[in-house]
Design a protein around this ligand. Structure first.
Ligand code: 3IX
Length: 251
């Protein structure tokens, strides 16, 4: 079991809020399967009072909406439409926002995704890098490879830092996700204690980026992980990370 001490104090303010804040009704509860069976040998989010949604139970209509809003954000970021059109679209978007704002999903809601090789992975459903209901997430979908995970993502101008290039903070975010996921699937989930990024070459927009995370070694709760991003076969960024696994036992 997850250490009660960790449960109460040490797992961060979001989780504490999720634990002790008011419980809200999940607006998608009717459409999604919320698993109530604990999983052995892994920290169980339900022990923290966090719901778990199965990824394949997310309604197709929501997936489609998320992709549509992502396209809308890109269109807005780059639009040169005339002011009258902008005003009209603005009004429509505000009306649609009011219509869909059914109340917040419980903070910390987790989603369970099954990778191509059958490995299950838990993450927050609105994770900014990989969350399937988050239109602001690219999203990065990682698959299991030997020693870790790998996935490919292509970023558009809404991830721009320098002209034509991915923002350095987002490069770090992609790498953080990859090293966290690698550590999670190879050992057990944890938090990033340290992430060092070397930016070796510019990381281009509109180019498939291969993102990889691999566990190097494990020492008790400490998991040392390497990560890198390749574009057109060339490494653009590398990371060395230390993940600290959520304790499974008291002490
Ligand atoms: C509720 C759900 C449960 C299930 C799910 C749980 C987690 C889910 C997480 C991920 C799910 C899966 C996929 C992941 C995908 C993406 C990952 C993104 C990851 C992130 O985006 S995450 C956000 C940024 N991250 C933080 O927000 C951390 C803030 N931070 C802290 O919360 C603490 O700082 C913590 C917890 C890191 C450690 O605290 P602690 O009290 O648990 O550990 P403690 O101090 O006992 O250290 C134990 C041993 O680690 C050594 N050690 C510790 N820290 C070190 C450091 N910085 N440098 C060098 N060594 C260090 C000690 O020296 C000791 O070493 P030794 O064993 O040798 O003595």
């Amino acid at each position: 079991m997850v250490s009660p001490k960790y449960h109460r104090v040490e797992f961060g303010s979001t989780l504490v809020r999720a634990l002790h804040g008011p419980t809200t009704t999940d607006p998608y509860e009717e459409h999604m399967t919320v698993n109530t069976q604990p999983v052995a040998d892994r920290p169980d989010p339900r022990a923290f009072g966090l719901p778990v949604v199965e990824q394949d139970q997310i309604p197709d209509e929501l997936r489609s909406l998320v992709a549509g809003v992502r396209s809308l954000v890109e269109a807005v970021a780059d639009t040169e439409a005339d002011p009258a059109t902008l005003a009209e679209v603005d009004e429509t978007v505000r009306a649609l926002t009011d219509r869909i704002a059914t109340g917040p999903r419980q903070v910390g809601t987790m989603v369970r995704r099954t990778m191509a090789d059958g490995t299950d992975e838990l993450g927050t459903i609105t994770n900014i890098v990989a969350g399937p209901t988050n239109p602001a997430a690219p999203p990065l979908e990682l698959e299991r490879v030997e020693g870790g995970v790998q996935g490919t993502v292509t970023l558009s101008t809404t991830y721009q830092g320098p002209p034509g290039l991915v923002h350095g903070g987002w490069i770090a975010a992609l790498l953080d996700q990859a090293v966290g996921s690698a550590s999670g699937v190879e050992t057990s989930p944890g938090l990033t204690a340290k992430l060092e990024v070397n930016y070796r070459n510019p990381t281009p927009l509109f180019t498939p980026l291969e993102v990889t995370g691999k566990v190097v070694r494990t020492e008790r709760r400490k998991v040392y992980v390497s990560g890198w991003i390749r574009a057109n076969g060339q490494v653009t960024a590398e990371a060395e990370a230390l993940m600290i696994r959520v304790p499974m036992e008291e002490g």
